[in-house]
Ligand binder design. Structure first.
Ligand SMILES: [Zn+2]
Length: 175
């Protein structure tokens, strides 16, 4: 039992806040019968939530890039593969070798996803709305983006022109 850190109600600890999406200070709000953490309260946004240890943000970003790469691979094997291959061959003739850096692959994926979207089908980003994979959204800071992952509760992964961003969605209205 001695290697089990003991927590006290009201104690300050480091957490990953799922609302702020940052490593922050929190207060222990409740504990399980075995002495492990149950609920904590973020000191920044005051939301109560299950305890989650601080996240390694670089590791998180690496995983996002990995995810985008997998999605990009899937796209190149899809029904549009022949067309994409023709385009790629033409591009390869120009640049001698395909650019396989994650940034370049993500840019190509973004180009393809946003190239033929009618403005009527674009959805204005609003954290209270629901979105689905492949939806194209417009964001006032990041611009045009495509939803690449929507299977996490209250959040989604969006590929913008220069970066992958996790955004809130399905958020309850508080007012
Ligand atoms: Zn918070």
């Amino acid at each position: 039992m001695s290697d089990n850190p003991s927590y006290k109600l009201g104690q300050f600890i480091d957490i990953y806040c799922r609302y702020c999406r940052l490593n922050l200070d929190a207060v222990v709000a409740s504990m399980n019968p075995d002495g492990t953490l149950a609920k904590v309260q973020c000191r920044t946004c005051m939301h109560f939530q299950d305890f989650k240890p601080p996240a390694d943000l670089q590791e998180k970003h690496r995983k996002l890039v990995e995810k985008a790469m997998k999605i990009a691979e899937k796209h190149t094997r899809g029904p549009a593969a022949a067309e994409a291959k023709a385009k790629k061959d033409a591009a390869a003739a120009k640049t001698s070798a395909a650019d396989l850096r994650p940034e370049a692959v993500m840019r190509r994926l973004w180009d393809e996803a946003t190239a033929n979207v009618s403005p009527m089908k674009m959805k204005v980003y609003d954290k209270h709305r629901s979105y689905h994979k492949d939806d194209v959204i417009t964001h006032k800071v990041h611009g045009l983006g495509v939803v690449v992952r929507d299977d996490v509760e209250y959040s989604m992964t969006v590929l913008f022109r220069d970066q992958v961003v996790e955004l809130d969605c399905d958020q309850p209205r508080e007012d």
